[in-house]
Design a protein around this ligand. Structure first.
Ligand SMILES: CC(C)(COP(=O)(O)OP(=O)(O)OC[C@H]1O[C@@H](n2cnc3c(N)ncnc32)[C@H](O)[C@@H]1OP(=O)(O)O)[C@@H](O)C(=O)NCCC(=O)NCCS
Length: 145
């Protein structure tokens, strides 16, 4: 059974492995530790039988939440884990009087764009050449809570 729970320092090694597998520019251990120290950051992970299979983060900025990352290990995708993480973050936003959520996504990342659209995020423009390795535009998406 998959459970979603807050992320802690003991989870960082597994999160680094997810980063390494899922992204061309993975976050460092130092960055992840700093995220956990940031009072304005919320980090949740999805765990199955003691193994972390995915995680998601966001920053609160005034009455907005900015999603920093969502990733699920390849062998565990398309089983609802990312949806569970997003639902948890929406719940946190609703309890914290957050008005809207926003994120950037690579314009070729159809699985992620589909995921966000399923949760009511809509495209609101582009950031040209926002990503590196490979260089690519970002689509900016917003959702009203
Ligand atoms: C994007 C990602 C987080 C989705 O995780 P997941 O656990 O597989 O997602 P879910 O099973 O909850 O799927 C929810 C919805 O996402 C969309 N989706 C997920 N995988 C998809 C795929 N391969 N193709 C098309 N749509 C997809 C669908 O709309 C799906 O709803 P449905 O099951 O009713 O069709 C995962 O593919 C991933 O980690 N990708 C690499 C990292 C990444 O790109 N992160 C996003 C950075 S902005």
């Amino acid at each position: 059974m998959v459970v979603v729970r807050s992320m802690g320092y003991d989870d960082i090694d597994q999160i680094m492995e997810i980063e390494r597998i899922c992204f061309s520019l993975p976050w460092s251990k130092d960055s992840l530790e700093k995220e956990l120290q940031n009072e304005l950051a919320y980090y949740q992970c999805a765990e199955e039988n003691g193994k972390i299979i995915g995680y998601m983060g966001m920053w609160r900025i005034l009455d907005e939440c900015h999603i920093t990352n969502v990733a699920v290990l390849p062998d565990y995708r398309q089983r609802g884990a990312a949806s569970m993480l997003i639902n948890k973050m929406i719940e946190i936003c609703k309890c914290s009087e957050i008005q809207s959520m926003t994120l950037e996504v690579r314009e070729s990342n159809y699985p992620a764009i589909n995921l966000y659209e399923k949760f009511g995020f809509v495209s609101a423009g582009k950031r040209p050449n926002y990503y590196l390795k490979p260089v690519e535009d970002a689509i900016i998406m917003w959702k009203k809570i």
